[in-house]
Ligand binder design. Structure first.
Ligand SMILES: [Fe+2]
Length: 168
């Protein structure tokens, strides 16, 4: 539970302070993703775009230039956008989930974002690694993802967001 609280606290401030991606950062994302996935990536709220972008930078800095690994990092949270929750709503949802309170439909969508994102990625023809990571990133490593690669992707999901002052 303390680890979960720490993660939620970090994510709260990340979401609260995130700036939109710069034009150059958007161009990098477009160069990494297959065209059919670009629209879905940019349909996310700014904070999730930036989170995915920094997850991609993290796997690259770990030496993973493979498009499937970068796609897995970029797209793992796309299911979150269906819940249409802002920073406060997400915080409330996370607390409700942690405390095992009765959940509303939107909170259920937020809780199940991995499964919903994986389904969407499957429909988009995403690489199996991206589908599997979206599906499992909140839980245990599946046998389909090799343990070292799993550690790299999980670390990317935790990666601190670099701050930017740009307002492009
Ligand atoms: Fe994430």
């Amino acid at each position: 539970m303390p680890g979960a609280v720490g993660h939620l606290t970090r994510r709260f401030f990340d979401v609260l302070t995130s700036k939109p991606l710069l034009i150059s950062e958007r161009a990098a994302v477009e160069s990494w993703l297959k065209p059919e996935m670009v629209e879905v990536f940019f349909d996310q709220m700014d904070a999730d775009q930036r989170h995915g972008y920094h997850a991609a930078l993290s796997v690259i800095s770990d030496g993973h230039y493979d498009g499937e690994v970068i796609t897995a990092a970029l797209m793992h949270d796309v299911g979150k956008r269906h819940a249409r929750l802002g920073v406060i709503g997400r915080s409330v949802a996370s607390i409700m989930i942690l405390l095992r309170l009765p959940l509303t439909e939107r909170v259920l969508l937020y809780r199940d974002h991995g499964r919903n994102g994986a389904r969407e990625l499957t429909e988009l023809g995403a690489p199996s690694l991206a589908i599997e990571f979206a599906l499992h990133h909140q839980g245990e490593r599946p046998q389909t993802i090799e343990s070292r690669l799993w550690e790299v992707l999980i670390a990317a999901d935790q990666a601190p967001k670099a701050r930017t002052k740009a307002d492009v």
